[in-house]
Structures are given as structure tokens and as C-alpha cells.
Ligand binder design. Structure first.
Ligand code: TXA
Ligand code: MG
Length: 324
């Protein structure tokens, strides 16, 4: 079983594992990541293996500072403005790679672009000490809900990895927002921990939406983040035997009879709801209810990313295999 060490005591052990081409689960401000040295093919391959990821999807390379990022990818004035406004933080930028940047091709699945992000906290320190970027998808087995606590990581991946660094519950609770910068335009590939409106306000331009050709962010496949129970969204009424994922002060009709109930945010705060989302989905899943009914959640701000994750969790499971 994986050892769980608190952030204050984990640094040396994490460095030794990464330097040896092994993987380590680390806290970030969004969700826990399963990290490997992005320049070491063995380390990167172990990430896919530990997750049981069926295909080699591109991973996000995490950097310690802007200088490291600029050695890996080409920044134009727009991407630099975004990095300065939101890093460290839950924004991932997809940018053209610099040839010879040392990133192992498994990280980018052979693409000529790369997804870069500068995480807050322990991850940033670890990357600076290692001196190499870390490839890190969410620390969950393929198709499962992303982990927002060290305990959730250990319960899922504990038999397959050696170390989980415990930084407590992740404050944002949703994966990063992914934006592709291309020829002076910005395309939203995945809504996430920074609201689209915030990005638009920072750069004074609208985000384009929808992938251009095929799947731009393969992790965005329809069925994803799937709990064992079925999910029923925008529930105004609860059916017999259902669990209820609530939001705000007004309850869906019939709520008194639910098998289990969790309220994402009693006050209707979308940040609080985002931070609670994955852990509460897991809690309700453990209640044994066949279906989790979800009350309507507004689409503004972080509501876009919350609704995105909920609709993936609710998607039919047998159409496309989940990938991240
Ligand atoms: O908050 C996060 O982003 C977390 C933490 C650990 O940093 N990481 C995360 O990684 O969510 P992952 O692997 O679960 O999702 C990465 C997404 C995938 O949907 C992948 O397809 C997309 O990023 N991606 C990676 N490189 C890309 C590229 N060059 N072009 C387009 N999409 C890319
Ligand atoms: Mg994931």
C-alpha cells in the first residue's frame, strides 16, 4: 500500500521517487495529480499504467515558473498575459512546443502542442526542487471521479503507487480550465477552476467554444467522472430510492425520503459547490442508492464547469470508454 506523508515531511521521498522514474500522487489546488518526471519516458509510462488509462492521451506538464514554461513552449503576448494573470492557478494553456524541449513525446501523445500549467503550493516547490516539469493527470483510475483528498487517492490507487503526499482537501475541487491559444484567438477546451468570464475579463476578448477538429481535449469524452450509481440531472423531484445532491436553499420535491443527501452549498455559492463536488458524488455513491438525483445548478461562473462534470458523470457509460 502507498505511504501517505504530509506535505511538510514528503519532499525528499517524493524527489527520490521521481528521480528514479517513479510516480507520486501530489496535491494541487484543483485536484490531486499523479505526477511523473515529464522528461522521463519510464516515469510517464508509469502514470498511464497506474491509472489503467486505455490510450495515451496527452497530459498536462506542470511547471514551477514562467521561465521553465517558456523553455518548453512558445508564448505570444496573449499567452504571456494569461500566464501572468492566472499563474500559479487553475488555468492550463495549450501552446506550440519548442523543439528540443526535452519533454518526452508520451506526454503530448506526439502532438506539436503542449498543455502547461503552474500549480499552487507543494507541486510548484517539488517541480522547482526537481528542476524538471511534472506530467500529471488527475490521480484517479481511468474513468473514475477525480480525487480531492489523499484518502480518496489511496483508496483508488494505493495498491499501485508508493507515495501519496497529503495536503488536505484541494481548495478548488475541479480540474483546471484548459484554453488553447492559437493565432491571436482563445478556445475553451475544458471549463474548469477559473471561470470563462474571468479569463474574458482579464484579456478583453471572448473565448471560442467547441473543438475545431475531432477531439481537442480527449479527456473531454462524453462519459467521464463516472460514479457507480446512475446520475439524474436537474431533478425537481426525487424518486423513491434515490440519493440527492442538493444545491442552495430550496429542496427538490420529495427530498425527505431520500436515501442520502449532500448539499454542495447551502448558501448557493458556486466556489464552495465546486470544492465539494467530487467528494460528495463519492459519498452519495457509497450510500448504495441506484441513482443520484442532482438539483439544478446555475451555469454562470464556476457553474459551467460543475455542470460539465455532472453531465459527463450522467452520460451513458457504454458508448465511449472513459479515458482519463
Ligand atoms: O487541474 C488539472 O488540470 C489536473 C491537475 C492534476 O493539474 N490535471 C488534469 O489532467 O486534469 P488530465 O490528464 O486529467 O486532463 C488533461 C486534459 C485532457 O483532457 C487532455 O486531453 C488535455 O488536457 N490535453 C493535454 N494536452 C493537450 C494538447 N496538447 N491539446 C489539447 N488538449 C490537451
Ligand atoms: Mg482526469
Amino acid at each position: 500500500m502507498a505511504e501517505i506523508l504530509a506535505v511538510g515531511e514528503a519532499m525528499e521521498r517524493a524527489l527520490a521517487l521521481l528521480a528514479g522514474g517513479d510516480v507520486v500522487a501530489i496535491p494541487t489546488e484543483t485536484v490531486y495529480g499523479l505526477a511523473g518526471d515529464a522528461t522521463n519516458g519510464v516515469g510517464v509510462a508509469r502514470i498511464f499504467e497506474a491509472k489503467g488509462r486505455p490510450r495515451f492521451n496527452p497530459l498536462i506538464a506542470h511547471v514551477a515558473d514562467l521561465a521553465m514554461a517558456e523553455r518548453i513552449a512558445r508564448f505570444d503576448p496573449l499567452s504571456e498575459k494569461l500566464a501572468r494573470a492566472f499563474w500559479p492557478g487553475p488555468l492550463t494553456l495549450v501552446l506550440p512546443q519548442r523543439p528540443g524541449n526535452g519533454i518526452h513525446p508520451l506526454v503530448t501523445a506526439g502532438l506539436d502542442t503542449i498543455a502547461l500549467r503552474m500549480p499552487r503550493g507543494f507541486g510548484g516547490e517539488l517541480i522547482a526542487r526537481l528542476g524538471h516539469p511534472l506530467a500529471a493527470p488527475s490521480a484517479n483510475s481511468s474513468g473514475k471521479i477525480s480525487a480531492t483528498t489523499a484518502e480518496a487517492v489511496a483508496a483508488d490507487l494505493g495498491s499501485r503507487i508508493k507515495l501519496v503526499v497529503d495536503g488536505g482537501a484541494t481548495p478548488v475541487g475541479l480540474e483546471s480550465t484548459i484554453v488553447k491559444v492559437e493565432a491571436g484567438t482563445l478556445r475553451l477546451l475544458r471549463p474548469g477552476g477559473v471561470a470563462a468570464e474571468e479569463i474574458e475579463a482579464a484579456v478583453g476578448m471572448k473565448l471560442l467554444r467547441g473543438a475545431v477538429a475531432g477531439i481537442e481535449a480527449p479527456g473531454m469524452l462524453a462519459s467521464h467522472y463516472a460514479p457507480g450509481a446512475a446520475m439524474r440531472l436537474n431533478a425537481e423531484k426525487v424518486e423513491a430510492g434515490e440519493a440527492l445532491l442538493a444545491f442552495g436553499g430550496r429542496r427538490a420535491e420529495g427530498w425527505q425520503a431520500v436515501v442520502a443527501l449532500k448539499n454542495l452549498s447551502v448558501s448557493g455559492d458556486l466556489r464552495e459547490a465546486a470544492a465539494n463536488l467530487f467528494a460528495y458524488m463519492q459519498d452519495l455513491d457509497r450510500s448504495g442508492a441506484k441513482t443520484i438525483a442532482v438539483e439544478p445548478i446555475p451555469f454562470d461562473g464556476l457553474g459551467e464547469a460543475i455542470n460539465d462534470r455532472l453531465s459527463r458523470a450522467a452520460a451513458p457509460r457504454d458508448i465511449i470508454p472513459s479515458e482519463t
